[in-house]
Design a protein around this ligand. Structure first.
Ligand code: ZN
Length: 495
C-alpha cells in the first residue's frame, strides 16, 4: 500500500508540473503580450529543470521499483509502471549538459529561422541547423538504442522503429506517386474557386463554434480561441483549442477547427479515473493525429457530413454560396493538387510531403547526408514525387519550424495518423452500417462514441500498434488509406 502511495504521489506531481508548462505555453501563444517572451522563457526553463530533477531523482527510481515489486498489479498499474519507467529512463540517459546545450541551440536556431526564412537565406540558417542536428544525434545516441533515429521516433511514437516504418512508407510511396500522376492527367476536375469568396470572420466564428459543439467538444471543460498556428493543449476537464481565420479562404478555419476538435475530443474522452496517472494520457503522437485527421478528412470532407452542414453554411453566409450546388462544394473541398507547402497540402499529396521529410531526417541522423545537401535534395525529391520543385528555400527546406526547434522523428507521426485514421474509419463503417445516414442527419455523436470506446478511454495502457489491432482487428496497413484515396480519385476525377 505504501509503495503504491509513494509511487503515485510522485508520478502525479510530475504530471501536474507538465500541465503547468502547457498552460504557460498556451498563454504564450494566445494571450501573452509580445514583450513577455523573455520572462516566459525563464519560467518555462525553470519548470523544465524541476521536471527533469524530479524525473531523474534516484528516490523516484526506488519508488518505481518498489511499486513494481508489489503483488497483484493489474493491467493499468503495470502500464503505469512501464510509462513512468520509460519517461524516467529517457531523462536519466541524457546528461544535463547536453539538455542545456540543446535547449539553447534550439532557441537560437528558432530565432535564426524566423529571420532567415522570409529573406530566403539558408546560408544564414545552416550553421544553426547543423548544431541542432549534431546535438539531436548526440541525444539520440545517448538513448543506447540500436539505431539513433529509433530513439527519436520512440519519443513521439513509443515502440515504432525505422525498420517497421520504412516498409509502410515505401508501400505508401509506391501507391501514391502513380495515383497522383493519374489524377494530374484526368480530364475532369473539381473547381476550388467557391472556397475563395469573401467569408466574414465573425460568421466563420459562429459556424466553427457550432461545429466543435456538435462534434461533442464540451466548452464548459475547454476553450476555443485564435492563434497564429492552430493547436490543442490541456487534457480532461481543461482542453484548449485554437483556430485561425482567413476571410478569403474558408477551409482554413473550417477544417482547422474540425482537426483541432478531433484532438480536443481525444483529450476530453480519456478515462477520468486515471487522470494524472502515467498511463492515463493519450497513447502517442500518431494516435493523436489519427483523431484529428479522422474528423477532418474522413468525416469533414464526406458527402453525408455536408448533406447536413452545407445548408447551415449557406445560411451562415447569405448570398455567398447560394448558386453553388452541394456537389460542387463537396468537390471543392476535395481538390487534389500538388503544392509546395505541407500545411496547405490536400489529403492525397500530404503524405508525400511527410515521406520526403522522413527520408531526409533519417539520412541526416545516420550521417548519410549533411545539412549542406538539404536544399538541393529537397528540390530533386519534390520534383520526383510531387512533380513540382520550389523556386526558393523558403517554400522548400525552410518552410517548417520543426527541425529548428529540435523536433526530429516527429514528422512520421503525421503520416501514421493518416494511416490509423483510415483504418479506424473503415472498421467503424463495417460495424455501423447506418453511419452515412446518421452523419447526413448531423448525428456526429455516433463517431465520437465509437472513438471514445475504442480509443480514448484506453489512454496509453497499450502501445499504439496494439491499440490499433484491438480496435480494428488488424495491424496497421496502408490499404485502408489507399482504398479511401482511390475511391475519392474515382468520384472527383473519374479515374
Ligand atoms: Zn494535428
Amino acid at each position: 500500500m505504501e509503495a503504491r502511495i509513494g509511487f503515485y504521489d510522485r508520478a502525479r506531481q510530475i504530471f501536474d508540473l507538465t500541465l503547468a508548462q502547457q498552460a504557460l505555453e498556451w498563454d504564450q501563444e494566445v494571450m501573452m503580450p509580445a514583450q513577455g517572451a523573455d520572462q516566459r522563457a525563464h519560467q518555462l526553463a525553470a519548470l523544465a529543470t524541476v521536471v527533469h530533477e524530479k524525473l531523474t531523482d534516484p528516490a523516484y527510481g526506488g519508488l518505481i521499483d518498489a511499486f513494481e515489486a508489489s503483488r497483484d498489479l493489474d493491467e493499468r498499474a503495470r502500464a503505469d509502471v512501464r510509462e513512468a519507467r520509460r519517461a524516467r529512463e529517457r531523462a536519466v540517459r541524457v546528461p544535463g549538459r547536453l539538455v542545456a546545450e540543446r535547449t539553447e541551440a534550439c532557441a537560437r536556431a528558432q530565432a535564426a529561422w524566423l529571420e532567415a526564412r522570409p529573406r530566403n537565406d539558408f546560408a544564414a540558417f545552416r550553421p544553426h541547423l547543423e548544431r541542432v542536428m549534431d546535438l539531436t544525434r548526440e541525444l539520440a545516441e545517448a538513448q543506447g538504442m540500436p539505431s539513433p533515429y529509433d530513439a527519436l521516433l520512440d519519443e513521439y511514437e513509443p515502440g515504432m522503429t525505422e525498420a517497421r516504418l520504412r516498409p509502410l512508407f515505401d508501400d505508401l510511396r509506391r501507391r501514391l506517386v502513380p495515383l497522383l500522376e493519374r489524377i494530374r492527367g484526368a480530364s475532369r476536375r473539381p473547381d476550388p474557386a467557391p472556397l475563395a469568396r469573401c467569408f466574414p470572420v465573425q460568421d466563420q466564428e459562429v459556424f466553427c463554434r457550432r461545429l466543435v459543439t456538435d462534434m461533442g467538444f464540451d466548452l464548459d471543460a475547454g476553450r476555443f480561441d485564435v492563434s497564429a498556428h492552430p493547436f490543442t493543449t490541456g487534457t480532461h476537464r481543461d482542453v484548449r483549442l485554437t483556430t485561425r481565420y482567413r476571410e478569403d479562404w474558408l477551409p482554413c478555419s473550417v477544417f482547422g477547427t474540425i482537426h483541432e476538435g478531433g484532438h480536443g475530443l481525444y483529450e476530453q474522452g480519456l478515462d477520468a479515473r486515471f487522470f494524472r496517472d502515467p498511463s492515463g494520457g493519450a497513447c502517442s503522437a500518431g494516435l493523436h493525429e489519427s483523431q484529428s485527421r479522422l474528423w477532418e478528412n474522413l468525416v469533414g470532407r464526406s458527402l453525408p457530413f455536408w448533406s447536413h452542414y452545407y445548408p447551415v453554411l449557406q445560411a451562415t453566409f447569405p448570398g455567398v454560396l447560394d448558386e453553388v450546388p452541394l456537389a460542387s462544394f463537396h468537390g471543392a473541398v476535395n481538390v487534389v493538387e500538388p503544392s509546395l507547402i505541407r500545411v496547405e497540402a490536400d489529403e492525397t499529396t500530404y503524405n508525400l510531403h511527410i515521406l520526403l521529410r522522413f527520408e531526409l531526417e533519417s539520412d541526416l541522423i545516420a550521417r548519410r547526408i549533411t545539412v549542406k545537401d538539404l536544399p538541393e535534395l529537397w528540390r530533386i525529391r519534390m520534383e520526383q514525387q510531387l512533380g513540382i520543385a520550389p523556386p526558393d528555400d523558403r517554400s522548400g527546406v525552410m518552410q517548417d519550424i520543426h527541425w529548428a526547434v529540435g523536433l526530429v522523428g516527429y514528422f512520421p507521426t503525421y503520416a501514421l495518423g493518416n494511416l490509423y485514421a483510415a483504418q479506424f474509419m473503415e472498421r467503424m463503417r463495417e460495424e455501423l452500417r447506418d453511419l452515412d445516414e446518421r452523419l447526413s442527419r448531423g448525428e456526429l455523436g455516433v463517431v465520437r462514441t465509437w472513438l471514445r470506446e475504442r480509443i480514448h478511454v484506453h489512454g496509453r495502457v497499450w502501445p499504439a500498434q496494439e491499440l490499433c489491432e484491438r480496435a480494428t482487428g488488424a495491424p496497421l496497413s496502408v490499404e485502408p488509406l489507399m482504398r479511401h484515396l482511390e475511391a475519392k480519385a474515382h468520384t472527383f476525377y473519374g479515374i
